[in-house]
Design a protein around this ligand. Structure first.
Ligand SMILES: [Zn+2]
Length: 143
């Protein structure tokens, strides 16, 4: 039996493994803590940004050193998105040939950077005319 110092990361790790019932509690506690400390999220983001700026290749290197972690999931992601991408490309192409754009954006009346928006890709010829900023906002689900 290895004696471990209480509060050391190793000890905590072991303790957590032996007490899985506290996992839920801990998650709940963390959630509440985050709600009480919204500034932490901002700090965390800033630190993350800094870290990425200082170690621009960290993620890339991690990927290279642990290819097995990514191989399977990226293959699956690529496969499922390839089909989707192809389908969407065909629909966009069809709409470009068949549907004319209006002269202004349906949301803000702008007449610049107009694009076709598909509210429903199962209806390729139902197209809204939107300007680029409105289209981006809509796709992100922001009103
Ligand atoms: Zn617009």
């Amino acid at each position: 039996m290895v004696s471990l110092v209480t509060n050391s990361p190793e000890y905590m790790c072991l303790w957590r493994q032996q007490h899985p019932q506290y996992k839920e509690k801990q998650r709940e506690y963390l959630r509440i803590w985050r709600q009480k400390h919204p500034e932490h999220e901002v700090k965390h983001r800033r630190r993350q940004r800094l870290f990425r700026a200082r170690h621009p290749n960290y993620y890339q290197e991690y990927r290279q050193n642990h290819p097995e972690v990514f191989r399977e999931s990226s293959r699956r992601w690529y496969q499922s998105n390839k089909e989707r991408r192809n389908k969407l490309a065909v629909i966009r192409n069809l709409a470009q040939r068949k549907v004319k754009l209006d002269v202004n954006c349906e949301i803000c009346d702008s007449t610049e950077n107009l694009e076709r928006h598909h509210p429903d890709y199962s209806k390729p010829l139902v197209v809204q005319t939107l300007c680029k900023p409105c289209h981006n906002r809509l796709d992100k689900g922001v009103d």
